[in-house]
Design a protein around this ligand. Structure first.
Ligand code: DX5
Ligand code: ZN
Length: 221
């Protein structure tokens, strides 16, 4: 049976000129988390926003701010994002030499820590961190852009990660990010994801469509 999944709209697909209103709109439309993609034009070939934007958006929503750092190095920016209002801070293992230390740094600031796996990053990277992390983000595309097609092998990876999480017995979100739409959302959920990031599929059709889009992604009609 398919589990109830939560939806984290990626504001990468929102209207950047009206970002506060967009965050308010997805909050009112029933989103569970606000997924904030931070890109530096170095770790990934695109640039988005920094801690000041996160702080500016904070008054627009009481939802969890799920901040996905696609920057290298990440360590110097952990504290600024924590102070700006991030609730979860997720890093890629490739963004620095000491993933364990980065995770501890996030936790020492009182925030939840996530680790993100690129399509070619082995799942074993999380094995020695399962006692420490609160979220595993499994990329469904190569990071950098919204609107890409879901890579099918992500489903196998999600199944392996689901087994690891269940075996460790802790509460760890299994988030899938990239290429999630009405077709791939149920596949990812069936493979074990319990938190779906959706940019294009949430923001398609403008604010009047957000509630329906989120409900359909969650598995409703
Ligand atoms: C990609 C980002 C994703 C992206 C998802 O690098 O991490 O969060 O915004 O966009 P869609 O849902 O359009 O694939
Ligand atoms: Zn993301």
């Amino acid at each position: 049976m398919q589990q109830a999944v939560r939806i984290a709209p990626s504001i990468l697909a929102a209207d950047f000129a009206r970002m506060g209103e967009e965050v308010r709109a997805i909050t009112e439309a029933g989103a569970d988390y606000v997924h904030i993609d931070v890109m530096d034009g170095h770790f990934v070939p695109n640039m988005t926003l920094g801690p000041d934007m996160v702080a500016a958006l904070r008054p627009y929503s009481d939802l969890v701010f799920d901040v996905h750092l696609m920057i290298a190095p990440a360590d110097p920016f952990i504290e600024p994002f924590a102070k700006a209002g991030a609730d979860i801070i997720t890093v890629h293992p490739e963004s620095g030499p000491h993933l364990h230390r980065t995770v501890q740094m996030i936790k020492a600031l009182g925030k939840k820590a996530g680790v993100s796996l690129n399509p070619a990053t082995p799942v074993d990277v999380v094995d020695l961190l399962l006692e420490d992390i609160d979220l595993i983000l499994c990329m469904g595309v190569n990071p950098g852009f919204g609107g890409q097609s879901f890579i099918p092998s992500t489903l196998d990876k999600l199944q392996i990660l689901r087994r690891k999480i269940d075996a460790c017995g802790r509460t760890i979100d299994l988030e899938v990010d990239g290429g999630i739409n009405m077709e791939t959302a149920p596949q990812a959920a069936a493979a074990g994801a319990d938190l779906l990031v959706a940019g294009t599929a949430t923001f398609k059709g403008g604010p009047e469509a957000y509630a329906g889009n989120i409900e359909r992604l969650r598995g409703g009609r």
